[in-house]
Design a protein around this ligand. Structure first.
Ligand SMILES: [Zn+2]
Ligand SMILES: [Zn+2]
Ligand SMILES: [Zn+2]
Length: 307
């Protein structure tokens, strides 16, 4: 997946920076040079810009909803497969569900607005007076609908697949919901690859290869989560971000000597090579905090569950 390396920062809004990955420029030139119905290339460019503008609004939807749940926002990187906005909401199914659903919700809100402009253009007969603008508003309307439908496919890690996973989380738990969603995603992605090969859609096929890799990683991750669930947890430390207690066991890995360790048992240093860790990563939410912050974090109230 693309990162901020080799990417150009274009602006910053709500504390979130937006980057264009170098591959984005390739996609831009390829898309803008495809033959279209317009009589000037400027409209081709306007169409591609509209596509990425809608993608950007969608990504901001994810980020701002994630922030609302108390999660951390990250920068947005645009690349040929759309936008990448890594969201790390608190590890609760409700927070995950809202952070993911807010992206497609932006497309749902845009759809009637664009439909209004389309009916306006039909009514005023722009096809005669402004034929380029007429085509453009219709195409932009369909781009938004297509993005919405595609993103809502229940194929993990597309938004639809992640929404499915969050809903399953309420019933099956964190590990099993990921297992089921990644298996459904794997089957769905195989079907779409078959479809893409039949229609010779290179872009769709390539995107689905990324999806298949993510499904496989999700499946492996579900196994790790399952085995971690069986471990006991510390009572004196809690993640300052998500309040989760760390497990007791050698499930962290030293970045220097690659040995497995429990940094909470070894007081924040590696027993193998002795390097100290400035921060410890929470395995639940992925955020890093220094050891004293883990100790000071308030202990969440114990909610008694049914026996
Ligand atoms: Zn999305
Ligand atoms: Zn955490
Ligand atoms: Zn080490």
């Amino acid at each position: 997946m693309p990162t901020k390396r080799y990417a150009l920062r274009i602006f910053r809004l709500f504390g979130i920076s937006v980057y264009l990955h170098w591959t984005w420029f390739l996609a831009f030139f390829v898309l803008a040079s495809l033959p279209r119905e317009y009589n000037s290339v400027g409209w081709n460019i306007m169409e591609v810009l509209a596509l990425f503008f809608i993608v950007l609004l969608h990504e901001f939807g994810h980020q701002l909803a994630c922030r609302q749940t108390g999660g951390q926002t990250h920068d947005i990187v645009l690349w040929p497969m759309g936008g990448v906005a890594y969201v790390s909401p608190p590890p609760r199914p409700g927070a995950q569900l809202w952070s993911i659903a807010a992206g497609p919700l932006v497309n749902v809100i845009l759809a009637p607005l664009f439909a209004l402009v389309v009916s306006f253009s039909n009514h005023l007969d722009w096809s005669f007076s402004y034929p380029n603008l007429f085509t453009w508003v219709h195409v932009v309307y369909y781009i938004n609908i297509t993005l919405l439908v595609f993103n809502m496919l229940p194929i993990y890690p597309l938004d639809g697949g992640q929404i499915l996973r969050s809903i399953l989380w309420f019933f099956l738990g964190k590990a099993n919901s990921l297992r089921v969603a990644s298996l459904i995603g794997f089957a769905g992605a195989c079907f779409v690859v078959y479809y893409a090969i039949q229609h010779q859609w290179l872009w769709l096929g390539t995107l689905m290869i990324f999806v298949l890799i993510q499904c496989w990683q999700g499946f492996k991750q579900s196994g790790i989560l399952k085995s971690r669930d069986q471990l006991p947890r510390r009572e004196d430390c809690h993640c300052p971000f998500c309040k989760a207690a760390p497990v007791i066991g050698n499930v962290w890995r030293c970045p220097q000597c690659h040995s497995n360790l429990d940094p909470f048992a070894s007081q924040g240093a590696c027993p193998g090579c002795n390097i100290p860790f400035n921060t410890m990563q929470c395995l639940e939410c992925g955020n890093r905090s220094p050891l004293p912050a883990w100790r000071q974090a308030p202990i969440p109230p114990v909610i008694s569950s049914s026996p």
